[in-house]
Design a protein around this ligand. Structure first.
Ligand SMILES: Cc1cc2nc3c(=O)[nH]c(=O)nc-3n(C[C@H](O)[C@H](O)[C@H](O)COP(=O)(O)OP(=O)(O)OC[C@H]3O[C@@H](n4cnc5c(N)ncnc54)[C@H](O)[C@@H]3O)c2cc1C
Length: 476
């Protein structure tokens, strides 16, 4: 039997627990507790690495009985740091890596610790894909349970729209199957607010056939008439087919071979483009964008889906300090374009990016009340990403995100995408879902987690409980 902590009353995990436990005395503890956002510095009392659902049940029962804080981690990409608690039990799902694709059924079954790069590698073998993370190291867990926007989303919806079924360990330590037929209300909640209801141990996700090669890549504008370019981009994508996934980015041009020396280190406007369909049709669909970027850098080429999915990995180093936002926009007006581009010119850090995602398509055809994930009608999402690696840059970078947010304010719907938010008050959580859905989520929480055991998240408090708010993360 394992004595899990030194600082808490000695409780014992089930004798049958097969996984690993790591305590602060362990030489590997600091590596094991590290998360993506280097600004998050928390020390759980114990890190538990289950080998399967039975171990997860033991860990949940242990945390509940010991009355210890509990957190659950898949890829550890939560910018708000919700996947790691101080002084409690961290259920680290990273040893649960199985992915099984069933092409006849059109789904893939993935265990709870799988990252997007790992998942895509397996589904690609069958010529299939699920809309998923645009960086390979992001976890399936927090991503899917919080909504999930990927390059395929305009064509195939949010990741949570593709969630067919799940197994989940609930607060009372039971393993529950969730699907359209079994516990459909809980499936509704898992599709966007899933971190609140238990520990999901496996996901069944729809997989879609995709061509072996997709026309995708990046266009970097020549350093002129960014306003004209951004307006023309907007006008093009608003009538483009769902196959075209895009995002506009303001960033410092990286010191890469393909970047003309005079642009390196300068603020530029770039487009990331992915056409999910026949590359021959794609040539026509992207031609106007290519024309707009003529004289700049054109890196569009046919590539496997896994290459597209890894394309921006270099802009996502683990351990840098991070501060992000995710704000839904009802339109992209000329004035907001101009202000967004102005703020882009003030980027200081090589990893800071001002992203403007085009959404719409299949995302917006799912009825708003069909899933907990919301704000489906919003055609754009403004996503400032500040990432820096020395604490003396902190004030500048956080202020840059605030200036970016002020620039897009006139076009905001008021809704936020919680998966991109750095901290949340109850009002923020409500604006992540909308008031009606929030009320429905509270009722679901009353049913499945009435004592708020799962509260290290963008918290939906059960009736009678104070919601747990997350301060906007101060950084080390
Ligand atoms: C570099 C980077 C790129 C990103 N790209 C995108 C993008 O393209 N599109 C997009 O929509 N979002 C994107 N995000 C945001 C991303 O969706 C969230 O950060 C998401 O929470 C990451 O999931 P994770 O499993 O890695 O996170 P974690 O930090 O491990 O978990 C996040 C939350 O989910 C909970 N959770 C995780 N697994 C489970 C489980 N099995 N059961 C219950 N709760 C669980 C955790 O407790 C925590 O509250 C990105 C983030 C980063 C840092």
């Amino acid at each position: 039997m394992t004595d899990l902590t030194t600082s808490q009353p000695v409780l014992e995990l089930s004798a049958e627990f097969r996984g690993e436990t790591i305590t602060p005395q362990d030489p590997d503890f600091d590596r094991a507790r590290a998360v993506y956002n280097g600004g998050i510095d928390r020390r759980p009392a114990v890190i538990v690495r289950p080998t399967g659902a039975a171990d997860v049940m033991d860990a949940v029962n242990y945390a509940r009985t010991a009355q210890l804080p509990l957190s659950v981690r898949c890829g550890g990409h939560s910018i708000a740091g919700t996947s790691i608690c101080e002084g409690g039990v961290l259920i680290d799902l990273s040893s649960l890596k199985g992915v099984h694709v069933d092409p006849d059924r059109g789904t893939a079954l993935a265990q709870a610790g799988v990252l997007w790069g790992e998942y895509d590698r397996e589904t690609q073998l069958y010529g299939r894909a699920t809309p998923g993370g645009r960086v390979t190291t992001t976890g399936l867990g927090g991503f899917t349970l919080g909504g999930g926007y990927g390059w395929l989303s305009a064509k195939y919806g949010l990741t949570c729209d593709n969630l067919v079924a799940a197994d989940i360990v609930t607060a009372d330590g039971r393993l529950v199957h969730v699907s359209e037929d079994q516990n459909p209300d809980l499936l509704w909640g898992l599709r966007g607010a899933g971190a609140n209801f238990g520990v999901v141990t496996s996901y069944e996700l729809r997989v879609h056939e995709i061509p072996p090669l997709l026309l995708a890549g990046m266009l970097v504008l020549p350093n002129q008439d960014a306003g004209g370019f951004a307006r023309a981009y907007r006008d093009h994508v608003e009538q483009a087919p769902d196959e075209l996934g895009t995002g506009m980015v303001t960033v410092l041009a990286p010191p890469e071979e393909f970047v003309p020396p005079e642009l390196v280190g300068k603020p530029v406007v770039a487009l990331v483009v992915a056409y999910v369909g026949d590359p021959a049709e794609a040539v026509e669909a992207v031609a106007p964008l290519r024309e707009l970027a003529a004289g700049g850098v054109d890196l569009l080429q046919p590539m496997p889906y896994t290459a597209l999915q890894a394309m921006i990995d270099g802009f996502a180093p683990k351990g840098w300090l991070n501060y992000h936002r995710g704000m839904h926009l009802s339109r992209l007006s000329d004035d907001v374009i101009d202000d967004y581009l102005e703020v882009g010119k003030t980027i200081h850090s090589p990893m800071t990016q001002g992203v403007m995602f085009r959404n719409g398509g299949a995302i917006s055809r799912v009825p708003e009340d069909a899933t907990a994930a919301g704000h489906r009608a919003a055609p754009y999402m403004a996503h400032p990403i500040a990432a820096w690696n020395t604490p003396d840059q902190t004030d500048y970078e956080m202020d840059w995100v605030r200036r970016f947010s002020a620039a897009v304010e006139p076009d905001r719907t008021g809704g936020v995408y919680l998966n991109f938010e750095p901290g949340t008050t109850t009002a923020d959580v409500v604006s992540g879902f909308g008031e009606d859905k929030y009320a429905r989520l509270v009722a679901l929480k009353d049913q499945w987690d009435p004592t708020n055991l799962f509260r290290s998240n963008h918290n939906i408090a059960p009736t009678g409980w104070e919601p747990v708010t997350i301060p906007q993360q101060a950084t080390r």
